[in-house]
Design a protein around this ligand. Structure first.
Ligand code: CA
Length: 226
């Protein structure tokens, strides 16, 4: 698998290249927008990581130019701009995903893997993502830091519901309504039991918890990374 990194900061480019190489990809670097367009036009790459702020041509122009020639190559935009407007612009120009700098390297690798897998046809459709946790609903597959996590159908449904509501507090009663069809008694602790099982698989082995308890209310999944 060949990856093109379009990045004008040599240290950032070298860091990304090293990480991708460690995960079995063959990286190549373009140092400005123009070189990025030229290299991408060869069609030699399985994925393109594209910085937003670039000399000669900006990331949006490069993204549009690539899409004219190649509608399918996965493009991951990397940028220090974190506004909704910029995200919409990036995705509107044909990017598949978007990562704000500074990013966690585990998150970068997880997104790259998810895009490559989607491009190869194993699993399509929307990915639900929180940090380095990726849920592919079509493929019914969950990964964290590139490692597959095996969940039961109920655990999968619970994680899916929390991820759909990422960053929002979800009450136990809402979880019961959406993940369990039958109506349990209100004092039932089934939700807490399943949350604990989910945590053992999704959070504990990875050190950084994503599922948080909001005392007296319910649960929230969010990325607390600085
Ligand atoms: Ca830059």
């Amino acid at each position: 698998m060949r990856a093109l990194i379009v990045e004008d900061e040599p240290q950032v480019a070298a860091f990304i290249a090293k990480e991708l190489q460690a995960h079995g990809l063959v990286p190549d670097v373009a140092v400005d927008g123009l070189q990025g367009m030229e290299k991408a036009a060869t069609g030699h790459y399985d994925i393109i990581l594209l910085d937003w702020m670039l000399p000669k041509r900006n990331g949006i122009d490069v993204c549009r130019a690539i899409r004219v020639k190649d509608p399918h190559v996965p493009i991951l935009m990397l940028t220090a701009l974190d506004g909704v407007e910029e995200q919409v612009k990036g995705l509107g120009a044909g990017a598949d995903d978007y990562l704000a700098k500074p990013f966690d390297v585990g998150v970068l690798v997880a997104r790259v893997n998810a895009l490559l897998r989607r491009a190869s046809g194993r699993g399509t459709g929307k990915l639900l993502v929180c940090a380095d946790l990726v849920l592919d609903n079509e493929a019914k597959r969950v990964e964290r830091a590139g490692q597959e996590i095996r969940l039961t159908a109920r655990e999968f449904a619970l994680l899916h519901y929390l991820l759909e509501r990422k960053g929002k507090v979800t009450h136990r009663s809402d979880i019961l309504d959406h993940v369990w069809d039958t109506s349990f008694e209100t004092e039932s602790n089934v939700v807490d039991v399943y949350i604990n099982m989910l945590r053992r698989k999704v959070d504990k082995p990875f050190g950084r918890p994503l599922i948080h308890t909001v005392t007296g209310m319910g649960y929230i999944i969010r990325d607390d990374a600085p």
